[in-house]
Design a protein around this ligand. Structure first.
Ligand SMILES: [Zn+2]
Length: 169
C-alpha cells in the first residue's frame, strides 16, 4: 500500500495511513465473520496509535447495541478515561447506522473514516445524516471509500452464505 509521488526531481514513498488503519478494522470484521456475526469492524486511533478495537457481537451477547463501533467507543473512552474522544478517529468497515452515528457524535469523535456505504441503514449520508447535522452540537469530518471493495465484499459474502444455508434447510 505504497504510493509513489514525485514532487519535482525527487521521488519518495508515502504510506497511505488510512488504508493501514482500515485494514485493521477489516481484521476485526473478519473476527465477527468467524463468529457468525454480521462482519463489521472498527478501530479507534489517536496520536497514530490504535487505542481501541471492536467487532460486531450482537448474536453472541444477544444485545442489539453490540455493534463494532459501540464496543470500540466504550473501550476507547475507558482507555482515555474521558467521555469525549475529540482527538480520535474512528475507522469502520461499513457506514455506521443511526445508533452508532449518534454515539460517534456524542463522543465528539474528530473524524470518521469508513469503507463501504450501507444503503439500507447507513446514517452518514445514505438514509439520513447524523454525523453532519446542523441541529446537533457536533459535526464529524467524514472520509469514505477506503478499501471499499474489501469492506463491502466481506458483508456480501456473509449474506450470500446465510441465504445458501437457509435454502439448504
Ligand atoms: Zn451501528
Amino acid at each position: 500500500m505504497l504510493v509513489r509521488i514525485q514532487p519535482g526531481a525527487f521521488s519518495f514513498y508515502m504510506i497511505k495511513i488510512d488504508e493501514i488503519y482500515m485494514s485493521e478494522a477489516i481484521k476485526e470484521a473478519e473476527k465477527a465473520a468467524g463468529e457468525d456475526e454480521v462482519p463489521v469492524g472498527c478501530v479507534i486511533v489517536q496520536d497514530r496509535k490504535i487505542i481501541a478495537r471492536g467487532h460486531n457481537q450482537v448474536e453472541r451477547l444477544r444485545d442489539p447495541t453490540a455493534h463494532a463501533e459501540m464496543i470500540a467507543l466504550t473501550s476507547a473512552a475507558s482507555h482515555l478515561r474521558s467521555k469525549w474522544l475529540n482527538r480520535a478517529r474512528a475507522y469502520v468497515t461499513i457506514e455506521p447506522c443511526s445508533m452508532c452515528a449518534g454515539a460517534l457524535v456524542l463522543a465528539r469523535i474528530e473524524k470518521l473514516v469508513y469503507g463501504a456505504d450501507d444503503p439500507k441503514a447507513g446514517a452518514c449520508g445514505s438514509i439520513t445524516n447524523i454525523v453532519n447535522n446542523s441541529k446537533l452540537n457536533h459535526r464529524i469530518k467524514v472520509k469514505k471509500g477506503i478499501l471499499e471493495a474489501e469492506c463491502g465484499s466481506l458483508l456480501k459474502e456473509y449474506f450470500r452464505n446465510k441465504r445458501r444455508k437457509a435454502a439448504a434447510i
